[in-house]
Design a protein around this ligand. Structure first.
Ligand code: HEC
Length: 128
């Protein structure tokens, strides 16, 4: 009997924790941002363009770079490169041509096309 009681108490605590998580102060951004693109294709493009040479990116085994910031929890990040509010439109602009936004940045223009940048953004916004 006692173990049932403990199980019940544990479930209750988990439910309270989940509710607190929803109303918690830092969860102001939606966890998944709708982007008109294919996350699966975006993942392939990230490998193709070698983003992982400079970035550590969850879900991509070979993306272990340490030149740029790790892209953990991308959907929860507030800013892009400390320059732009993190939203799909700005992320696509950044991926297409970073030096146009931040002259002198170490992230090069890799020649990513707008539809490709949308797919890549769609993948990055799956990172919660
Ligand atoms: C040669 C290294 C290099 C490559 C390749 C590279 N990046 Fe970057 N990236 C950087 C650096 C350095 C920054 C930090 C820029 C800054 O803050 O000025 C950055 C910043 C970013 C940011 C913003 C990160 C943040 O914390 O705000 C994103 C998103 C990003 N890169 C995505 C990509 C994607 C997607 C690719 C592949 C298409 C890519 N990067 C390829 C070096 C690189």
């Amino acid at each position: 009997m006692k173990s049932y009681w403990l199980l019940g108490a544990g479930l209750l605590l988990m439910a309270v924790g989940a509710l607190a998580g929803c109303t918690g102060g830092h969860a102001t951004r939606p966890y998944s941002v709708a982007v008109d693109g294919s996350p699966q294709h975006g993942r392939e493009l990230i490998v193709h363009y070698g983003c992982g040479a400079c970035h550590t990116i969850p879900g991509i085994y070979t993306a272990r770079g340490l030149v740029g910031p790790p892209l953990f929890f991308w959907s929860r990040r507030t800013m892009i490169a400390g320059e732009l509010p993190n939203n799909p439109e700005n992320l696509v602009r950044w991926i297409e041509n970073p030096p146009a936004i931040e002259p002198g940045t170490a992230m090069p223009n890799l020649g990513v096309t707008p539809p490709q940048a949308r797919d890549i953004a769609a993948y990055l916004y799956t990172l919660q």
